[in-house]
Write a protein that binds this ligand. Structure first.
Ligand SMILES: [Zn+2]
Length: 384
């Protein structure tokens, strides 16, 4: 009988705990669907939604902002794509830093920091990734979402058993149908990921963009790492840039874009546009299989004892010591590579030179930290 008397109380407590969990998880779910506010530098000349290029994106979770910086002098044009895979956090933060510091004197620079905006709204299941990273700025802390590799299934579902790429006919695992970097050149009215891919490819064509960057990260044990990936049409600028970077003491390898690996940005932009495509890849221990505890600190500081041990026995492809590979170091690598490749383009195409800058020197970025160069947080703009 005494058990019965306590039952209403225990049911009440269970319901209360459930209600609290529902409220907390609903809030954290909602926050992930809200884009962080970015503060473009005064070099920004216009911004427009990608749905202007592909109206089939209007009102969908795939629509995303395109930031444009135009110099007063004519010149060539560059596209910088971040967040193709929003779990590759430096691949998102390098374009964000550009947006907040960039000035262009000649030519035009297009930046899409959240290329797969839907993939930024959730986490990879079972990876224990943080929901966001926090960067301290002069105006307080700013948080940036640590998203997923794939389009959110809330926005594109269900996956097929096998994904047959519509143009090449290549077969891949079903989940790859939500991978933006398998969806190029895209289909204007296809599934959400294909619509985004088509809009980006079409933007390159419509604006006759000369050089297009797609910024990624990967695990330290991945074979193509600290790399500049170039196709046959971008090989020349990439070779010049790699040599000049190596002379400056940066370790970069030059990798060819495989001709039969369809759906990838560099492959399909080569085949379907006139741009010179480049993929950049830095090493992020938060993405690796050998990593220790996974949290926002690992994604930002890039320090991990497991990788120090792995490097000591030659199990990974990048140098790795106690200092780790900080987000500043990874962003600095992306920015010096972009700078060197644009410089090589200018040397070969002086009549279309693109003159741009404004972002911090690598040494200063690594010394002072990212928060010193991002715009200060302003009230109520950094949901936590
Ligand atoms: Zn990637």
């Amino acid at each position: 009988m005494s058990i019965d008397r306590h039952r209403p109380l225990s049911i009440g407590i269970s319901l209360l705990i459930t209600a609290v969990l529902v409220v907390l998880s609903a809030r954290s779910f909602q926050v992930q669907h809200r884009d962080e506010v970015l503060y473009p530098s005064d070099g920004l000349t216009r911004a427009f939604p990608l749905s202007e290029v592909n109206p089939h994106l209007a009102g969908t979770a795939g629509d995303t902002e395109v930031y444009v910086y135009e110099g007063s002098a004519p010149g060539g044009s560059v596209l910088v794509l971040g967040g193709t895979h929003p779990s590759e956090i430096a691949g998102y933060m390098a374009p964000v830093l550009m947006i907040e510091t960039l000035h262009v004197e000649a030519g035009r620079v297009f930046i899409i920091p959240r290329a797969n905006a839907s993939a930024a709204t959730h986490n990879e299941p079972q990876e224990a990734h943080p929901q966001h990273i926090v960067i301290e700025t002069a105006g307080g802390s700013r948080s940036f979402r640590f998203g997923a590799r794939f389009t959110n299934p809330v926005h594109q579902w269900p996956d097929p058993e096998v994904y047959v790429q519509p143009i090449s006919g290549t077969t891949l695992a079903g989940v790859e149908i939500r991978n933006l970097n398998r969806a190029f050149p895209g289909i204007a009215d296809g599934n959400l990921t294909e619509r985004v891919a088509w809009a980006i490819t079409e933007l390159i064509r419509r604006e006759s963009i000369d050089v297009s960057f797609d910024i990624h990260e990967s695990s330290p044990e991945y074979p193509v790492i600290n790399a500049i990936v170039a196709s046959e049409v971008s090989q020349e600028i990439a070779s010049f840039a790699t040599i000049s970077l190596q002379l400056d003491g940066w370790e970069f390898s030059l990798e060819p874009s495989p001709p039969n690996f369809h759906g990838l940005s560099h492959r399909e932009w080569t085949d379907h546009t006139d741009t010179q495509p480049i993929l950049l890849e830095t090493a992020n221990p938060a993405m690796g299989r050998l990593r220790g505890p996974t949290n926002a600190e690992l994604a930002v500081l890039g320090q991990d004892d497991q990788y120090v041990k792995a490097a000591a026995i030659g199990a990974i492809n990048v140098p790795f010591d106690e200092e780790g590979i900080s987000i500043e170091r990874r962003i600095a690598r992306d920015l010096v590579a972009i700078g060197a490749i644009v410089e090589a383009f200018n040397m070969l195409n002086p009549e279309r030179a693109i003159l741009m800058g404004g972002w911090p020197e690598p040494a200063a970025l690594m010394e002072d930290g990212l928060g010193r160069y991002l715009a200060p947080a302003r009230d109520g703009t950094s949901p936590r």
